[in-house]
Design a protein around this ligand. Structure first.
Ligand code: NAD
Length: 289
């Protein structure tokens, strides 16, 4: 530490609340040391009303950037000098890059999802997708996949308070990405779900279903919906393999993956925005063992 932190060392940080449990400081500091970059990474507990002061501090301390977690993602988006297309459409930011005093907001969850599929040999371009969910993770995926050239996205959600968000996403994307057809359906309409999945290339669960302590919950109750050429992806990473992923594998789907890869790649995407380098994710995993 005495050798690493010098008078020249630049600061980067995670802001949000709570942040005490975060693995980001360990992963970033490992990566900075690995690439011999003169930065140090800390986590700061910041509430929504403290966002403007935190952004002033980023400018004042000439920080290269900061990751943003709940509950600050939407508030940060309101105060950026510039937003990436996805961050603008979603109205949320999880990565702030300080470009010589200009704060640029990005959201990397959707980028991480797309990259993870690519690592498994699947390109979303030209694909028909069914995405279950309308919350933070689902919206990020829907927007990024539309920006990256998906042919169509059918959103299914229960008629809960998130349903209106699905409709709003569809409306925004009809203007922003008119080549991608986005439709919204009630998850309770099982016949429609079956029909849409039968026509889809990729099925994504981006809801809380399957996440601890609801491990027994799967939104795909009719296992005959799984077919070998269907790509199945879950955003849930705890457990690493959800019931939906397990059943898709058992049914012989060519690819059925959990949310860990998306999590890894959304972090790596932020690191690349800050440093221009690929995060040494494999080396970090090895270091942790
Ligand atoms: P959120 O609260 O913003 O959205 C929750 C969504 O789940 C809504 O669409 C809601 O309607 C739906 N939902 C909740 N209970 C349901 C039920 N019983 N049946 C059907 N739908 C239900 O949550 P979020 O932040 O989008 O997180 C969703 C999941 O994604 C969590 O498991 C989270 O850990 C995971 N996540 C993963 C990554 C990653 O990188 N892999 C990133 C972000 C979130």
């Amino acid at each position: 530490m005495e050798q690493r932190i010098k008078g020249t060392t630049g600061l980067m940080a995670l802001i949000g609340s709570p942040v005490g449990h975060s693995g980001s400081p360990a992963m970033y500091n490992f990566s900075f040391r690995y690439h011999n970059l003169d930065y140090a990474y800390m986590a700061f507990d910041i509430k929504e009303d403290q966002v403007p002061a935190a952004l002033d501090a980023i400018r004042l301390f000439k920080m290269r950037g900061a990751n943003v977690t709940m509950p600050c993602k939407n508030e940060v988006a309101k105060h950026m000098d510039e937003l990436s297309p996805a961050a603008r459409i979603i109205g949320a930011v999880n990565t702030i890059v300080n470009e010589d005093g200009k704060l640029v907001g990005h959201i990397t969850d959707g980028i991480g999802f797309v990259r993870n599929l690519k690592e498994h040999g699947v390109d979303v371009k030209g694909k028909k997708m069914v995405v279950l969910g309308a919350g933070g993770a689902a919206t990020a995926i829907q927007v990024q996949c539309a920006l990256d050239g998906a042919e169509s996205i059918s959103i299914f959600n229960p008629k809960d308070p998130f349903f209106a968000r699905a409709e709003s996403t569809a409306e925004k994307l009809s203007k922003e990405t008119p080549d991608c057809k986005v439709s919204v359906f009630d998850l309770a309409d099982e016949a429609k779900l079956k029909e849409e999945v039968a026509n889809a290339d990729i099925l994504v669960n981006a809801t809380l279903a399957g996440m601890k302590p609801h491990e027994e919950l799967t939104l795909i109750k009719d296992k005959s919906m799984f077919r070998p050429d269907l790509v199945v992806a879950d955003v849930v990473y705890n457990p690493a393999e959800t019931r939906m992923v397990k059943e898709a594998k058992e049914a012989g789907c060519k690819l059925a993956i959990g949310g860990k890869g998306m999590l890894l790649w959304q972090g790596a995407a932020a690191y690349k925005l800050y440093t221009g380098l690929e995060m040494p994710t494999a080396e970090y995993q090895k270091f942790q063992e």
